[in-house]
Ligand binder design. Structure first.
Ligand code: NAD
Length: 257
């Protein structure tokens, strides 16, 4: 599958899954736009490194996905958007009655609302180009729930619902909109929730990984960012032209339980 000549914007892509997906899309020939809310030399260096490795054009554009106008500005600044990967996301783990309101607001804004804003800005560009692929990185938590993750589960279910709606709105156009639902992938986001989960369950780090995280992942293995990149490339391929409004789980069997 060659994505040569296509511009792919990946939100939240200076780390973890976003960066992994961006690398895979660039290897497949896409010109990628990396993004996060920081504007450090190392952010721009990541784009330069991808360009050098793949011979494609890679850029880094700062935009804070918690702010609607910045989500839309990211798409405008990129100037083209054939492939949109909504990936930016954060997590916070707490019982619902103790869930900090500012964390709730931030998770809903970054994990869910940003997807609405970027899709709204990107769709006119895709229509003009006569082709488009939207890949929303939801989660197994977009299909099922876990305790202590009220905001995250709400946001990811919202992303799955929004994905179906946009697919219906674009069904008769050469544009598809799907969600990938990963199980656990060992990224900085997952690392960061280990201490909170250790506290909630009163467990060691090893027990949280084995008995809480991978307990629900029947394969007993983390999914990898390369596997998620490969799934995104498949959704961009001609073979997936009639796949729209659905979810693809990359979760080692979690949602089969
Ligand atoms: P990560 O922390 O490594 O990456 C998150 C990315 O989002 C980073 O690049 C970060 O800079 C960016 N980001 C955070 N706040 C932002 C903001 N306000 N504006 C712009 N960018 C922002 O985490 P990850 O595990 O790679 O997660 C990426 C996505 O995958 C998230 O949406 C997450 O919910 C989802 N996901 C992750 C897992 C997993 O196990 N790691 C499982 C299912 C779904």
């Amino acid at each position: 599958m060659s994505l040569s000549g296509k511009t792919a914007i990946i939100t939240g892509s200076n780390s973890g899954i976003g960066l992994g997906v961006a690398r895979e899309l660039a290897k497949a020939g896409a010109n990628v736009v990396l993004n996060s809310f920081t504007d450090r030399d190392e952010d721009h260096a990541l784009a330069a490194e991808i360009s050098k490795e793949t011979g494609t054009s890679a850029r880094y554009i700062k935009a804070d996905m918690s702010k609607g106008e910045e989500c839309r500005a990211l798409i405008e600044k990129a100037g083209a958007c054939d492939i949109l990967v909504n990936n930016a996301g954060i997590q916070h783990v707490a019982p619902v009655d103790q869930f900090p309101v500012e964390k709730w607001d931030a998770i809903i804004a970054i994990n869910m609302n940003s997807t609405f804003h970027t899709m709204a800005a990107a769709l006119p560009m895709m229509r003009k180009a006569g082709w488009g692929r939207i890949v929303n990185i939801a989660s197994a938590h977009g299909l099922t729930a876990s305790p202590f993750k009220a905001a995250y589960v709400a946001a990811k279910h919202g992303v799955v619902g929004m994905t179906k709606t946009v697919a219906l709105e674009t069904a008769q156009e050469p544009i598809t909109c799907n969600a990938i639902c990963p199980g656990y992938v060992l990224t900085p986001l997952v690392e960061a929730q280990i201490p909170g989960t250790m506290k909630e369950y009163n467990m060691s780090r090893e027990d949280v990984i084995k008995n809480v995280m991978l307990e629900r992942q029947p394969s007993k293995e983390f999914a990898t960012v390369e596997q998620l990149g490969g799934t995104a490339i498949f959704l961009c391929s001609d073979a997936a032209a009639q796949i729209t409004g659905t979810t693809i789980s990359v979760d080692g069997g979690w949602t089969a339980l």
